[in-house]
Design a protein around this ligand. Structure first.
Ligand code: LIP
Length: 283
């Protein structure tokens, strides 16, 4: 057995092992920096934050992977913010969020994670998410199951919205029209008598909670492909559904998602939502 409870023998073994090692190294840096003073800047809005640790960790992960896999391509959050093209081609591509939950990180709220996804021919092959403060390493490879610290994960089988616990995230836009839609969507789910709607500040970790069966559904408008790539493999390998908010197949660049333990729950949540528009990642 290799890291994360996976079997050996697939062409991307070496890449997967590199992702696990780097997620752990990055996690040590983030955990140490969590309680230290930070230099914080904003990106697309006053709520879209970045610190020197986001950039340091991204540089570490990308430079190490580039050395090992020089022909591979990269989509990484801070490089994209600095102007790099966000394009998913058929080439082997790493999709990296150095710190998912940067706002949490800035406030020392401990839900922060490193997220490393890997796609080939535009299909997600594996994902590694490291909740560094709690030392939980989530991982999944296509066709090999999903694991957290070696323990296999399974989604919840809940199909009734009135018994569901649902996670969502707020996203970076804060204009009145967006907030009205955002709160209206939560209201619809609460009117449908969902047990609760929660926000934890990390899309990646929200999806990992779904994979672990701790919540029944997750949805968001405004997230990015690097928030979603690794955790999508983890949810699917735990038996869950990850799809577009229209009910169609997931489009990694569309900045919207509904995920659930069952197709029925995913459909019910999707039907309750009013769309909130965000510019695609790949424009
Ligand atoms: C953030 C997410 C947050 C979500 C934002 C954003 P970052 O990622 O984790 O939960 O609401 O849309 O993408 O900036 O912390 O990596």
């Amino acid at each position: 057995m290799k890291a994360g409870g996976q079997q050996a023998g697939s062409p991307w073994d070496e890449c997967f092992e590199a992702a696990v090692q780097l997620a752990r190294r990055a996690g040590q840096i983030i955990s140490k920096a969590l309680t230290e003073e930070k230099r914080v800047s904003t990106k697309t809005s006053a709520a879209d934050l970045v610190t020197e640790t986001d950039r340091l960790v991204e540089d570490l992960i990308v430079s190490e992977l580039r050395k090992q896999f020089p022909s591979h391509r990269f989509i990484a959050e801070e490089a994209t913010a600095a102007g790099a093209k966000c394009e998913l081609t058929t080439s082997p591509t790493w999709i990296i969020d150095p710190i998912d939950g940067t706002c949490n990180f800035v406030h020392r709220f401990p839900d922060v994670a490193v997220s490393i996804g890997f796609a080939v021919h535009r299909e997600l092959e594996f994902g590694v998410v490291h909740h560094c403060v709690e030392e939980r390493l989530y991982s999944a490879r296509r066709g090999h199951g999903a694991f957290c610290n070696g323990q296999q994960l399974w989604v919840s089988g809940e199909t009734d919205l009135s018994r569901a616990l649902i996670l969502t995230e707020i996203g970076s836009k804060r204009d009145p029209a967006t907030l009205k839609l955002l709160l209206g969507n939560m209201e619809q789910l609460l009117l449908a008598k969902a047990h609760g709607v929660r926000v934890i500040g990390s899309s990646t970790l929200a999806l990992c909670h779904l994979a672990a069966g701790a919540v029944d559904a997750y949805y968001q408008f405004g997230l990015h492909c690097w928030d979603l790539a690794a955790a999508t493999v983890i949810v699917r390998e735990a038996g869950g559904i990850v799809m577009d908010t229209t009910g169609g197949p997931l489009d990694l660049m569309s900045r919207r998602v509904v995920a659930a333990g069952t197709q029925k729950m995913a459909t019910l949540v999707a039907q309750a939502l009013q769309p909130i528009s965000y510019e695609r990642d790949d424009v």
